[in-house]
Design a protein around this ligand. Structure first.
Ligand SMILES: O=C[C@H](O)[C@H](O)[C@H](O)COP(=O)(O)O
Length: 292
């Protein structure tokens, strides 16, 4: 299913066709459902230029279609997921959704949701989550993910491993052939005690593939602290992660590791917003990447 950008252009109140009006309607069309009853645009109108932020919002609004009244919803973290949180809060405010309880995956999301008046709870009260919506740093052709470059991987994995449907929302820049390709970080949350020993061990696990491990630091040079007051070790793989399943097993066996940022076999639905439209695929479809 694809919504082409040209469908996003509508007349504004003054009868003019504008990019802004187009974007507003794109968002509404994406939020409305797959059966977007878009008005056919005039052929002469140029396609709107969608920013990465627009794409994130479109994907997020589309994902909120999966949220129904009475559901327990996992609220993801990051610049994409925050659009979904805002949309859920808006629908609650408008009375289009009722009795939704959100389980936030980070303190930041918790703050956002509270500010928007979205009712929150936790996994103690609700150990089963109906649907979770979250962004990702990388998505491979089998919908496996790297998450946690914002540092929220542990709480995200906790909540998202408890949900019936896990909807991942990304713009097309997040699609990769192999996780870790391009030399970007695969984060691992570790306990601060003896972090240097844990870091050395992690690096040595992938020595043959030229992996480099680095402690994540903030702008002040101090170790970055997660919401759980742990550290993050970033693993950089020269040519991506060869075998994510065995890498996952090996990392989890290291003493001092809390969790890693590979989310393997967890995604049930992937929504990708690109300049050509929005694509929604379920895990069973599996053929999103042209070159896969
Ligand atoms: O720790 C951060 C989370 O895993 C985010 O969901 C992930 O980094 C994607 O974030 P964004 O949507 O901002 O690119």
């Amino acid at each position: 299913m694809a919504i082409r950008c040209s469908q996003f252009i509508f007349k504004d109140k003054a009868g003019l066709y504008s990019e802004k009006a187009g974007m507003e309607n794109a968002v509404l069309a994406a939020a409305a459902s797959s059966s977007s009853a878009a008005v056919a645009p005039p052929v002469s109108v140029p396609r709107p230029v969608l920013t990465q932020e627009d794409l994130k919002r479109i994907a997020a609004y589309k994902a909120v279609d999966f949220v129904e009244s009475g559901m327990v919803v996992g609220l993801g973290t990051g610049s994409t997921a925050c659009h979904a949180v805002a949309r859920i809060a808006e629908l609650l405010r408008l009375g289009k959704l009722k009795n939704v309880v959100g389980i936030p995956t980070s303190k930041k999301t918790e703050e956002q949701a509270l500010a928007l008046g979205l009712p929150l709870s936790d996994l103690v009260a609700y150990p089963s989550v109906d649907v979770a919506i979250d962004g990702a740093d990388e998505v491979d052709p089998w919908f496996n993910l790297i998450k946690g470059r914002g540092g929220s991987l542990y709480r995200e994995k906790m909540v998202e491993s408890r949900c019936g449907r896990f909807v991942v929302i990304v713009d097309e820049s997040k699609l990769v052939k192999k996780l870790g390709e391009g030399g970007h970080a695969m984060p691992v949350e570790v306990v601060p005690f003896g972090w240097n020993v844990t870091l050395e061990k992690l690096q040595s696990l992938f020595k043959s593939s030229g992996c480099v491990a680095q402690l994540r630091t903030g702008s002040d040079g101090k170790p970055f602290l997660t919401d759980n007051l742990n550290y993050i070790v970033n693993l950089f793989f020269k040519n991506g992660i060869e075998d994510i399943h065995s890498a996952s097993d090996a990392i989890k066996r290291v003493v001092g590791v809390v969790e890693h940022g590979m989310f393997i076999d967890m995604t049930t639905t992937l929504i990708v917003a690109g300049t050509d439209g929005v694509t929604l695929k379920n895990k069973s479809d599996l053929c999103l990447h042209k070159d896969a």
